[in-house]
Structure formats: structure tokens, C-alpha cells
Design a protein around this ligand. Sequence first.
Ligand code: ATP
Ligand code: MG
Ligand code: FE
Length: 344
Amino acid sequence: PLILGIETSCDETGVGVVRGGELLAHEVASSVDEHVRFGGVVPEIASRAHLLAMQPTLRRALAAADVDLGELDGIAVTAGPGLMGALVVGIGAAKSLAYATNKPLYGVNHLAGHVAVDILDHGPLPERSLALLVSGGHTSLLRVDDIARSITPIGATIDDAAGEAYDKVARVLGLAYPGGPVIDKAAAGGDPRAIRFPRGLTSPRDRERHRFDFSFSGLKTAVARWVEIAEVEGREVPVANVAASFQEAVADVLTAKAVDACRAEGVTDLVIGGGVAANSRLRSLLAERAGAAGIGVRRPRPGLCTDNGAMIAALGAEVVAAGLPPSGLEFGADSGLPVSRVLV
Ligand code: ATP
Ligand code: MG
Ligand code: FE
């Protein structure tokens, strides 16, 4: 099916066009520059930016795909989770388009979209796979039996998300927002073994109750304390080493638990998704460890890991191909939509 996807859950206005599993266009306008001085996304600013960017981004995507609205088989839009005011702009735009063109509209799950996007790079998902979802607001391990119909969480963070930890550690180190890409870059020049930071929920006792869960708030605090002590003692903070050691701790826990979960579930395909899936160390360590365990890793190109419209179009195409009913025009936005609810 030929599907248009619209994404506005946070600070990226994304519009994508896919035909089946093929990516035809993917345009993103970001308001990130407007949030930098606040050190995080300001919801009202994001909503206003979506309103301004929606029409031009939509136009660019349709032109790049060389597709007319009339040719579409359906329109997919992020129904949640995300910032309420931001979601509402995308849903409003998608409803207007669907009403004017009389095309079926599908309200879909942003987190499932982060997983589905890999189809555009590596083809259909296998019968059963495991997904490591690592984004700005979520960190979980998911059993994916059918991307359109059946996603089951088997573990999640009990406090901060991985991306959130990146953003907070960047602030501690005096680096820019968002922290992920800048720490990734700073870490390239550092020694990942310079400082041994804690690996949350990996003790033998945690293995019983929290085998597939994550915790990053202790790590974040440990980095902040380490930097504070260095400053108090008048030592220069070795930013590259701190960044590399922090990044190593995050990648170590994420990859170890993901591989363990694959073994426990008897699954041999692991797909990663979400902004942190763009991280260079996570990608390399996962390839190494999963490879050694006989598990195939699917890593979408970094540009499709962060928020975009193509992921929503890709998920919409799966939902349409599965023959699921459209959402109609009367659904709302759900800022807390659970990942198990793929379609509203
Ligand atoms: P959610 O998907 O949970 O609603 P979100 O949409 O805000 O949250 P994403 O766009 O999926 O999150 O990811 C953004 C996060 O990814 C930010 O926290 C950012 O720091 C992080 N990130 C982006 N690139 C990298 C990278 N190279 N290394 C580590 N983290 C990264
Ligand atoms: Mg963003
Ligand atoms: Fe996201």
C-alpha cells in the first residue's frame, strides 16, 4: 500500500511516504534549536513550530515522493505517546487531509513506529523478534510477534530513559542539548575504561526481580558526583573520558540485557529503535555480542532512529497490509498510549 505518515509527538515535524516496505520520501523539520537554551523541549514552543512546519514539510515529502494525495491508499498519524499539544497538531492535520481526500486514517503508536521503521532498511520483520526500544522517553525490551497486532513488553526502565540519561549527563558536562549526539562525538576521543560507572539492575539479586528492566538514574547521579568531586578538588574534568565511560556503561547494560532476553525468549532476531539506537557504541557492541550469541541484529540507519514520519508510514503500511480497520475521524491524542496498543 501507498501510505503517508505524519509524526508530531515531540519536536520533530516528520512526514514520510512509503510504498509497502519501500521508502519514497522522508522529510523532517525540527524545532530543536528553539529548545536548546531551555535545555529540553518546551511543549508550547514545539506545538507552535509544528503548526508552522506542517504544510511545507508535507508539500516537500509529496514532491520528493512524486505522489499526489489522490494516489494514497491511506494516511497514518502518531496518536501517542508524546506531548499532548504536539500530537494534536499532527492529528488535526491528518484528519483534515483524510476528510478532504476521503482516504482511510490510521492513528498509530509512536513507539511501535520506532521498531517498524527498520522494515524500510532491512525488509519484513521475521515471524518473532525482540525489540530494544531506546529513546528520549522510553527504554524497553519488547517481544514482537506481529508488528501490527502483537507487541508485548517484557522489561522497561524503572526510572530514567536511556536518552534522558544522555541529555542529563551532557548538561553535567557542559555540553549542548540534545546530549546523545554530542556525547557520542565527545566519547570518540576518550577511554571507555577510564572510570567504572555503575551498571544498574545487574546484580545477582536484581536478576531475579528485574532481569529485563533497566535503571539509569543511579548512573546519572554517579557521573554528576564524579564531576563534582573533580571540580571541588580543582582537577580539570576529562570530558572525553567521562563521556566514553558513561557511554560504555549504558551500552554494556543495554546490550547484555537485550542478548539475555533473546536467549530467554528463544528469539534469534533483535531489532533496535529510538533515538539512542543511533549511538555508535551501542551499535558496535550489540553487533559484537549478539553476533557471538548467534543473534541477528537489525539496526535502522541512524537518520531513521530519531523521530520521523517514515516510521509512522512504515507502521501504517503494516497495519493496512494486515487488514486492520481504519481509526475513523473521531479518535483523540493519547499522551500515555501503551506500546501494546499499536493502532487506536
Ligand atoms: P520517545 O520516542 O520515547 O517518545 P523521543 O521521541 O523524544 O522520545 P527520540 O527522538 O526517539 O526520542 O530520541 C531522542 C533521544 O535520542 C534524545 O534523548 C537524544 O539525546 C538521543 N540520541 C540521539 N542521537 C543519539 C546518539 N548518537 N547517541 C545517544 N543518544 C542519542
Ligand atoms: Mg527530538
Ligand atoms: Fe521517538
